[in-house]
Design a protein around this ligand. Structure first.
Ligand code: A3P
Length: 295
């Protein structure tokens, strides 16, 4: 299949976007959410696939083993605002989802979320990942994904990230405004991705998530989910590892790349790190929102 030409980034109501996420705007905004829909919201490269798969297993892992083996995660959890023909539009896939509840993914900043999600008081799971690992992951993703605009070298990309010139805009504004929303919208569960993975905190994390969702899996079911969402297992799983997505070139960089915290140390120079930290302090003034960049 011929790869599409890379799109250009433009300002869309104050947020940098590309046509692949704005072309179906009216339809997306008019999406009719149902009260039991669950929206999974993230800034790109923050653990979206991980949490989509986790929720999918928690809800449907036992019910349909066949579906787990034959339907990709992208179809099970449609990407609401995606509009990249010839692929089906995310909004249409979400409309047609046969499951209940419907799990729907978005990268939209909070102010762009279709209003029916708020009106229907839907549960929302937001996942954020520390800025340094997010920008590294986004850089490699941009290299391998032809839906992403042309990108310069690493140092240009890092500067663009600091200035919010990324698809879906500024990471700083995204994580902060979703955090603010959580203070007034009680049906929002804000998770910090992979803060401390798969040890005791994993059990606390999954128990909190299940309690928010109103689910009560047995210890055995939770263990099954824990094992399935381990990085190495997801990397091998063709239904979740992106290997069926034709616009991605995994030879350039795999979609399931490293799955580590603190890989940024292999990319940031000392001076880039100092500049980044200085800028971060100016933009992240809320002391209640804290991310770990070390394991
Ligand atoms: P890296 O590029 O740093 O490896 P998203 O799903 O939002 O696109 O996020 C992608 C990032 O999450 C990638 O980070 C990917 O490797 C990582 N990831 C995906 N599944 C994971 C898992 N089960 N455990 C740890 N990291 C995971």
């Amino acid at each position: 299949m011929e790869l599409p030409a890379r799109p250009t980034l433009f300002d869309f109501h104050g947020v940098s976007m590309t046509k692949h996420f704005t072309d179906n705007w009216e339809n997306t905004q008019n999406f009719k959410a149902r009260p039991d829909d669950i929206l999974i919201a993230t800034y790109p490269k923050s653990g979206t696939t991980w949490v989509c798969y986790m929720l999918n297993l928690l809800y449907f892992g036992n019910m349909s083993p066949e579906r787990q083996k034959s339907v990709t995660l992208n179809e099970r959890v449609p990407f609401l605002e995606l509009c990249a023909p010839p692929r089906p539009k995310g909004k249409d896939l979400a409309d047609q989802l046969p499951t209940s509840p419907r799990l729907i993914k978005t990268h939209l900043p909070v102010q762009f979320v279709p209003k029916s999600f708020w009106e229907q008081r839907c549960r929302i799971v937001y996942v954020a990942h520390n800025s340094k690992d997010t920008v590294v992951s986004y850089y490699h993703f941009g290299r391998m994904n032809s839906l992403h605009p042309e990108l310069g070298d690493w140092s240009t990309f890092l500067q663009d990230f600091m200035e919010g010139k990324m698809v879906f805009g500024s990471w700083y504004k995204h994580v902060n405004s979703w955090w603010e929303k959580k203070q007034t919208y009680s049906k929002l569960h804000y998770m910090v991705h992979l803060k401390e993975r798969f040890s005791l905190p994993w059990r606390i994390e999954i128990d909190r998530l299940c309690s928010f969702l109103g689910l009560f899996p047995s210890a055995e079911e939770k263990e099954k989910v824990r094992a399935a969402v381990m990085f190495d297992n997801m990397k091998q799983n063709k239904m979740v590892n992106g290997s069926t997505v034709q616009i991605m070139n995994h030879d350039v960089s795999p979609f399931m790349r490293k799955g580590k915290v603190a890989d940024w140390k292999n990319h940031f120079t000392v001076s880039q790190n100092e500049r980044f930290d200085e800028d971060y302090k100016q933009k992240m003034k809320n002391p209640t929102l804290h991310f770990r960049t070390e394991v």
